[in-house]
Design a protein around this ligand. Structure first.
Ligand SMILES: [Zn+2]
Length: 140
């Protein structure tokens, strides 16, 4: 199942790179495992300021069922076909989403200057580039 973690832009900015984005989607067997994976992933990317609150959180507790495909706030990623639609999905000026698959690979989806970039990195660190975010997106 897929579990979604939205980054709080503590301090007025997101930390976005090859490991974390404004949204993290983590595939896991259950919420508890997803939470553990998330905390390990964000360990080096979690600074926050007291007035804005912590950057990362597990708002769904330990036993949320997750979803069959990545979603956020009840909206599925599948079916989004435009960069505008994807930008709306990300919202709040985030540019990057990172997907972590069960097999240890990850996919980095970014929109910069209205251009979509999709990179896949295998568990061995081998990178491939793609025009499509396989399985989840069909951006025209
Ligand atoms: Zn602040």
């Amino acid at each position: 199942m897929w579990y979604t973690f939205s980054q709080n832009n503590s301090g007025g900015y997101y930390i976005e790179n090859d490991y974390v984005g404004s949204i993290l989607f983590i595939e896991a067997l259950n919420q508890n495992e997803a939470n553990d994976k998330m905390w390990a992933i964000v360990e080096d990317y979690s600074e926050w300021c007291p007035c804005c609150g912590e950057r990362w959180d597990t708002p769904w507790g330990d036993d949320d069922e997750g979803t069959e495909t990545p979603e956020r706030y009840g909206k599925k990623l599948i079916g989004i076909t435009t960069i505008k639609g994807l930008q709306d999905f990300m919202s709040w000026f985030g540019e990057t989403m990172v997907f972590y698959f069960l097999d240890g690979s990850r996919m980095i989806v970014s929109i910069q200057n209205k251009k979509l970039s999709v990179r896949k990195i295998s568990v061995d660190g081998v990178e491939t580039q793609s025009d499509e975010a396989t399985g989840f997106l069909s951006i025209k």
